[in-house]
Design a protein around this ligand. Structure first.
Ligand code: UDP
Ligand code: MG
Length: 326
């Protein structure tokens, strides 16, 4: 029986694994001795996996899930949660931006009866202006477009109770936004505040383009608002055109002058085609995602695991499937 699982998605973090492990150990030992640390190696190109294997050899509490290639941060989170067997599961980054000391506060809240405890960033030390500005924009954008309340200034760093984890494991969608999903699941939630520190070593894996992608994923997987906006734009243009038609017909009948206005015509044509193209591309996004989901491929492929035992998810899932077949 394990009280607490720590899940750490890791991509090119060779210099962070050991310092993180050392700090984690200190914190975890003061909470419980029934814990596990699951590193998910997301197809790192450096020596991350060797570093994790070294830790697995000296400490049976350290476990490894090694992907066959890079499947991305979201899938690494998903795999780690699937394989975790603790009563509570914590997700944290490998780069020490999420200080392990916060785990104590989160665990206390969990013991108080909360199912989801997310860490809220109170200060963003030394993050670049652009990073802070884009992140602010990101949360505003999300809050406006998505149908669920995602609290400002939270990352993936959070604790989930077994209730939340079990529900999370039932979600099979490919386009996923972990932060949003944990709130979508519901149950009683609260937050603890912490200062988000700069990365220990290495560089961020999220450039601007990836952040935009994440935002689009987040919005499209949670809301139909982008489609609805075009309904409104379409309707407004149709109304405007209707009045125009009436105006020009009356103009033609009453003045008998040939209609001028190549400029206004071309403006209207360009404007409307622009709107239509945008609308089609947004519909395309939804269709592409639907296609992605109906293919129903596995979410990730595991090369090997170390230390993961019978309690783990894939075995439980196989059992459940065999029961269904019987
Ligand atoms: N990560 C991952 N797969 C990826 C990219 C990132 O598992 O394809 C991990 C990374 O190792 C880190 C966490 O996800 O533990 C957050 O990534 P990063 O620190 O680059 O993001 P930021 O903190 O800058 O938002
Ligand atoms: Mg980071």
């Amino acid at each position: 029986m394990i009280d607490l699982s720590i899940v750490i998605p890791s991509y090119n973090e060779e210099d962070n694994i050991e310092p993180l492990y050392n700090r984690l150990n200190n914190v975890l030992q003061s909470i419980t001795d029934k814990y596990e640390i699951i590193f998910v190696n997301d197809g790192s190109k450096d020596k991350t996996v060797n570093k994790i294997e070294m830790l697995c050899n000296v400490d049976a509490k350290v476990k490894l899930v090694d992907f066959s290639r890079n499947f991305g941060h979201e899938m690494a989170n998903t795999a780690g949660i699937n394989y975790a067997s603790g009563d509570a599961v914590i997700i944290m980054d490998a780069d020490l931006q999420d200080p392990p000391e916060v785990i104590k506060d989160m665990y206390c809240k969990y013991l108080d009866g909360y199912d989801l405890v997310y860490a809220k960033r109170s200060k963003r030390e030394k993050e670049t202006f652009i990073k802070r500005a884009t992140s602010k924009l990101f949360y505003r954008f999300l809050r406006y477009f998505s149908n669920i309340e995602i609290p400002f200034d939270t990352g993936d760093y959070r604790l989930m109770s077994r209730n939340v984890v079990n529900e999370f494991n039932r979600l099979k969608e490919h386009n996923r936004f972990f932060r949003g999903l944990t709130h979508w699941i519901g149950f009683k939630s609260t937050c603890v505040e912490f200062d988000r520190l700069p990365r220990n070593t290495g560089k961020t894996n999220y450039d601007f383009a990836k952040l935009v992608r994440l935002a689009v994923d987040a919005v499209i997987s949670f809301s139909y608002k982008p489609l609805k906006i075009f309904n409104i734009i379409g309707l407004s243009i149709a109304l405007f055109s209707f009045f125009n038609i009436v105006y020009w017909i009356v103009f033609k009948i009453t003045t008998k002058r040939p209609v001028e206005g190549w400029t206004s015509m071309i403006i209207v044509i360009l404007f409307c085609s622009g709107i239509i193209m945008m609308q089609i591309s947004i519909i395309g996004e939804y269709i592409a995602r639907t296609y992605e989901e109906v293919k129903n491929r596995p979410l990730f492929i595991v090369n090997k695991t170390i230390g993961i035992n019978d309690n783990n998810f894939s075995i439980k899932e196989k059992e459940a499937e065999s029961i269904k077949k019987d």
